[in-house]
Design a protein around this ligand. Structure first.
Ligand SMILES: *Cc1c(COP(=O)(O)O)cnc(C)c1O
Length: 503
């Protein structure tokens, strides 16, 4: 066997592929050798019994075929190495627009690991869970104060889940007035989850075009709001990072005809601590705790998408509702005849809710400054990349900025190529090709977590790539060059994923 082939079969990558991460880690199954163990148990000091006799044969499993036999250090190294393959917010800037990939402060983790909290059981009787119920209640009250709404549910496990919960409450409310109505209006700049949630709640979706300023077109809206319309789902600021400055008027147009205003609050990092949706006519909204309130995004979860409502929707909140009784005792109230029912087990993702409350209490009024810094960082980046990338909507932006690849297009380079090249400069890519109303979008959201120095490094990298598209377009088109694996065939990866290990 030649040395290169030998190195590869032994799991050591060679050449350029080895630069980013030095080891081409094999599956744990492939590292197995018969008889290796992680630990030795001491000899039994009680009489041995036949497990089949005690448990019953039906509960016994045959030998697990191909179960990996590895030592403790092999397990540890395997997972430690795998962890270095991930790009993470703890490693560097994560400018993924619309996702608010901010730092997860360690105080959150400290609080979440306190003995009295990690050892609680979700089914513990109320009188033994007063502390946990108070945490839920305090978080609800904090979110109510920040948003200017009247009441909250913490059950939904993601933003999209919150959207569906909110829409089901709208449906229940309108139904109680005699007619659930048929349609939900959604601007063309909305997040893809909005139309999906509306359909799941049994509504037809009608698109509302944006005007040239990236705002909802009020005249079109006025025409569209008929007796059939249940609600408008408005993302504010929208996915261009632009605030709907006529939002109170929009709410008025809906309310006049008995429709409700749903606000997608995933972008609250743009104005938390500065303005309150409850003050400008919003009836129901969700927040993404894994965005604005610094809880981890995780590998697709667990997230949390609390829904906040005005008084008119309060009777329809999911059960159970945390209620504070006289004397300060907390109870979980299940008997709510108009409730839409449960949307999640227990009271939502408690560990995530806890981290969000830790963040809010640690920052206090400082939440306003976090917002201001997030907006400042986005505008700083915008100013320094103007002239290098096309800016399709030239309006003041808040916490994120959307460029397009129009200037790079003539060299045959698109937003995906630029994003892939950014990996070679040590950054996670920004959001590509979203929002859909900007063809070839580059959506950048630095968040308040980044220092000026880190923003400057990002700007330098982006400018360098813009220069490369002129001088060496091939380099950009074929990026990334520094990773274990180069450009993936994304279509094949999506259509024919290999998800199972076969011995
Ligand atoms: C992230 C996001 C959502 C969906 O939230 P999930 O927690 O991912 O389900 C909805 N709307 C907007 C504007 C978002 O940015």
């Amino acid at each position: 066997m030649n040395p290169k082939a030998e190195a590869e079969t032994s799991g050591i990558a060679t050449g350029a592929a080895a630069r980013h991460v030095s080891l081409n880690e094999r599956l744990i199954f492939e590292q197995s050798a018969p008889g290796k163990r992680g630990m030795d148990l001491p000899p039994l000091d009680v009489p041995a019994v036949d497990p089949a006799a005690v448990l019953g044969r039906e509960f016994m499993r045959e030998a697990v075929e191909g179960f990996p036999e590895v030592s403790e250090i092999e397990v540890l190294r395997h997972f430690t190495r795998l962890s270095t393959w991930n790009y993470a917010i703890d490693l560097g800037m994560y400018p993924l627009g619309s996702c608010t990939m901010k730092y997860n402060p360690r105080v959150n983790e400290h609080v979440a690991r306190l003995d009295g909290l990690v050892n609680e059981h979700p089914l513990q009787p109320g009188e033994l869970a007063q502390g946990c119920l108070r945490i839920l209640h305090d978080l609800e009250q904090s979110l109510v104060a920040i948003t200017g709404m009247d009441a909250a549910t913490l059950e939904p496990a993601a933003g999209a889940h919150g959207e569906m919960t909110g829409l089901l409450m709208i449906r229940a409310c309108l139904e109680s007035r005699g007619n659930p109505r048929k349609k939900v209006l959604i601007p063309d700049s909305a997040h893809g989850t909005n139309p999906a949630s509306a359909v799941m709640a049994g509504y037809e979706v009608q698109n509302i075009p944006s005007n040239t300023r990236g705002h909802v077109d009020k005249d079109r809206l006025r025409q569209a709001v008929t007796e059939d319309v249940a609600a408008l789902m408005l993302t504010n600021p929208n996915t261009l990072g632009i605030f709907e400055d006529h939002v109170a008027e929009i709410a008025g147009i809906l309310h006049e005809r008995g429709a409700l205003l749903y606000m997608d609050g995933a972008n609250m990092n743009a104005f938390a601590g500065i303005a309150r949706p409850g003050d400008f006519g919003v009836d129901v909204m969700h927040l993404n705790l894994h965005k604005t309130f610094s809880t981890p995004h995780g590998g697709g979860g667990p997230g949390s998408g609390p829904v906040l409502v005005k008084k008119i929707l309060e009777p329809f909140l999911p059960v159970p509702v945390v209620v504070r009784k006289e004397g300060g005792r907390f109870v979980l109230e299940h008997n709510r005849p108009q409730s839409i029912g449960r949307v999640r087990a227990y009271c939502g993702n408690f560990g995530v809710l806890l981290r969000a409350l830790a963040y809010i209490l640690a920052y206090g009024p400082g939440i306003r400054q976090a917002t201001e810094d997030a907006v400042l960082n986005a505008n700083y980046i915008r100013k320094h990349l103007e002239g290098h990338f096309d800016l399709p909507y030239d309006l003041p932006t808040l916490h994120e900025v959307v460029f397009s690849d129009a200037r790079q297009k003539p060299q045959g380079i698109n937003t995906m190529d630029i994003a892939k090249r950014l990996i070679d400069y040590g950054f996670h890519p920004y959001t590509t090709a979203f929002p859909l109303i900007v063809p070839g979008a580059l959506m950048i959201e630095p968040t308040e977590s980044e220092s000026k120095q880190e923003c400057d490094r990002f700007i330098q990298a982006m400018r360098a790539i813009a220069a490369e598209t002129e001088t060496n377009p091939e380099l950009v088109k074929t990026a990334p060059h520094s990773t274990r694996i180069g450009r993936l065939d994304e279509v094949t990866a999506a259509r024919k994923p290999i998800l199972r290990w076969k011995p």
